[in-house]
Design a protein around this ligand. Structure first.
Ligand SMILES: Cc1cc2nc3c(=O)[nH]c(=O)nc-3n(C[C@H](O)[C@H](O)[C@H](O)COP(=O)(O)O)c2cc1C
Length: 445
């Protein structure tokens, strides 16, 4: 890769070109995947379906890079009572619904944005990963697939050879993972025309995290600056973007451009706008409510730790938990491999459902779509920047009431504002801070 220095580039005003033809777009993609140009924000996928077709359409219309989520886009089927069906029939129904919805979403976005840069996110941990990649590839309308939540193996990588027009963004959290992908490509002589790394920082990012909890905060293995240096050394021809903890202009410029990345990925900053599939009621009631804190725990059935808002679960009493477990197991669509699902491991013994009332592990196939549907008490993924950005004026009207902006307005705002120097403290924290400094005139906290 030619020595490119983007350290003086700013994200403010940085857009994809206004292409008038497929040829122009392909030239741009070549330059982007060769690391020759600074990459405008990639609005990353947030499943299940928060980044739906309206969201991605709005991203592309803004001349940014959008990514549809292929994580269970056919999630409506999980609300149906499928307990009378065989396991195979349930799984097949789920996969068919996913592929149909994926095709419909791709068509919707592409019809409206013939030359926009469109990606698809597929997660290796999910059943149907290769089907999702195939659906995107066969459509001939998707410019890249971003693959994460698992290690890409030979078969996964080989599949990209069938779709030479479709690039691969390998989501990794460490150099070890990036090396694993590149070693597999070299060993098996796999020909993928366009590859990029998305380094996902587990110390800040939202959703599932590619690290062990004990390694968060402090391990050099996940230091984005060191990772960029090592990737530049090992794979100088592969561009890289950073995702996690980028929600303001200075963060994009410093964490990405000035730290050896060609661009950045946007998660939680993209979630709060009118085009998001997350309902505005849930947005306001959960994300804009400081009662709920952003926490990391290991309650996901995938075996990955994740970052969440600690909202109360929709099931509390032993009777509710019992009924929930029986419903979830009876309607299981194997969204993750049944043998690896820790929810099933907790509640199914020798083929019998034996609800473990103490287990905190949730059924992701039931609880994540719950949030997408606007129902309370399900899985609510969060990111560290959520705690800061909810004070930003762009989310409030003149009377201080929550007022959700359009994606376009939100983008203009964050790319023209730097992060607050000191994050605003909650009322309790302000009182505690005051009391520590002024012990003779304490405030009630
Ligand atoms: C609500 C939510 C859902 C997410 N869902 C997915 C997903 O389905 N697939 C994925 O690869 N990453 C997912 N992520 C991670 C984001 O795509 C993004 O990489 C990450 O949040 C970046 O960190 P940031 O939120 O600090 O910007 C999710 C994040 C959030 C907050």
């Amino acid at each position: 890769m030619p020595e490119m220095d983007f350290s003086s580039t700013s994200v403010e005003g940085l857009y994809v070109d206004d292409f008038q033809s497929e040829i122009e777009k392909q030239k741009y993609l070549d330059a982007m995947f060769a690391g020759e140009i600074p990459i405008p924000p990639i609005y990353k996928a947030m499943g299940v379906d928060f980044t739906g077709k309206r969201y991605v359409d709005a991203v592309l219309r803004k001349r940014l890079i959008g990514v549809l989520s292929a994580a269970a886009p056919g999630h409506e089927v999980v609300t149906e009572d499928m307990r009378g069906l065989t396991k195979g029939a349930r799984i097949s129904k789920f996969l068919q619904a996913n592929m149909a919805s994926q095709r419909e979403q791709i068509d919707y976005v592409r019809e409206r944005n013939p030359y926009g840069i469109l990606g698809e996110n597929a997660m290796l941990k999910l059943t149907g990963y290769r089907k999702a990649v195939r659906t995107a590839g066969e459509s001939k309308k998707v410019d890249f697939t971003a693959s994460g939540a698992g290690m890409l193996a030979e078969k996964d990588l080989k599949q990209f050879e069938q779709f030479p027009h479709m690039g691969l963004i390998a989501i990794v959290s460490s150099v070890v993972a990036a090396r694993g992908v590149m070693r597999c490509i070299a060993q098996h002589n796999i020909d993928i025309k366009r590859i990029m790394f998305c380094v996902e920082d587990p110390n800040t990012a939202g959703g599932h995290l590619g690290a062990k909890e004990k390694d968060l905060n402090g391990s050099k293995r996940y230091d984005p600056v060191l990772i960029a240096e090592q990737l530049e050394h090992l794979f100088p021809h592969i561009p890289r973007i950073l995702a996690g903890g980028i929600a303001y202009r200075d963060q994009y410029n410093e964490k990405a451009f000035q730290s050896g990345y060609q661009g950045g990925g946007i998660g939680i900053r993209g979630l709060f706008n009118q085009e998001s599939e997350l309902t505005q009621e849930l947005m306001e009631e959960y994300y804009f409510n400081r009662i709920y804190e952003t926490v990391v725990n290991g309650n996901s059935p995938t075996g990955y730790i994740g970052r969440y808002l600690n909202v109360p679960r929709h099931v509390q009493t032993p009777e509710e938990i019992d009924a929930y477990v029986r419903w979830a197991v009876g309607n299981c669509v194997a969204c993750i491999n049944m043998k690896e699902c820790t929810f099933l491991q907790a509640h199914v013994k020798d083929g019998e459902v034996v609800p473990d009332l103490e287990s905190e592990i949730f059924c992701i196939g039931q609880d994540l779509p719950r949030t997408t549907r606007g129902e309370k008490g399900g899985t609510v993924f969060s990111s560290t920047m959520r705690d800061v950005i909810i004070d930003d004026e762009v989310y409030y009207d003149a009377d201080g009431k929550f007022d959700c902006p359009s994606l376009s307005k939100s983008h203009d705002w964050w790319t023209s504002h730097d992060a607050p120097k000191q994050s605003k403290l909650s009322t309790e924290a302000q009182a505690a801070d005051h009391n520590a400094k002024n012990p003779n005139t304490p405030l009630a906290s």
